[in-house]
Design a protein around this ligand. Structure first.
Ligand SMILES: [Zn+2]
Ligand SMILES: [Zn+2]
Length: 174
């Protein structure tokens, strides 16, 4: 954008933009939100003055990261880096723990499916809220809700891992 285009979009003078660019002044805090919207850059990056791209995504789904928002329950996945936030808070990628006694899945082959069962609580306060089957090129994620039966069925695919998320105890992997 030219200084004039940005100035017009913000209803300020292009002299002001010119000042910012030359480091002779800074945008008022009250303008940051508008500036962020017009430029399509989040406020934090705007302030840091840095738009360095993340490392190139290797494209392997096995490296998939899961994010869960504790406020609204949103489940987000990413195959590369990224700044993930929800409900105004930054989310950290979950670290999967190897399944323990109370967070273990049983997998049976039935016809062309993997029939996955678990003996975990499915109450409102403590339940498995998703199960994801991850192979090198795909992810199948099944959302679970309280009071549902502790079971899911996946079509059998290549070798992979099964992740599952407990509302209280976080992410586990089988
Ligand atoms: Zn949220
Ligand atoms: Zn649990």
């Amino acid at each position: 954008m030219t200084q004039k285009q940005l100035a017009d979009a913000m209803n300020i003078s292009d002299k002001t933009i010119s000042k910012w660019e030359r480091g002779l002044g800074l945008p008022d805090v009250s303008l940051l939100r508008e500036l962020s919207e017009i430029l399509g850059i989040n406020v934090e990056r705007l302030l840091s003055g840095d738009l360095k791209a993340d490392e190139k995504d290797g494209g392997n789904m096995k490296k998939i990261k899961f994010y869960v928002c504790q406020e609204c329950g949103n489940v987000i996945t990413a195959t590369g880096g990224g700044e993930i936030s929800c409900c105004g808070r930054k989310l950290a990628a979950l670290t999967a723990k190897p399944a323990d006694e109370s967070h273990r899945l049983n997998v049976q082959e039935i016809e062309n499916d993997y029939y996955v069962t678990f003996s975990h609580d499915m109450s409102k306060d403590h339940h498995v809220s998703f199960v994801a089957y991850v192979t090198w090129d795909r992810v199948l994620l099944i959302k679970l809700y309280p009071e549902q039966n502790p079971e899911v069925r996946f079509p059998r695919m290549q070798k992979g891992k099964i992740y599952f998320y407990c509302s209280n105890d976080g992410l586990w992997v089988n």
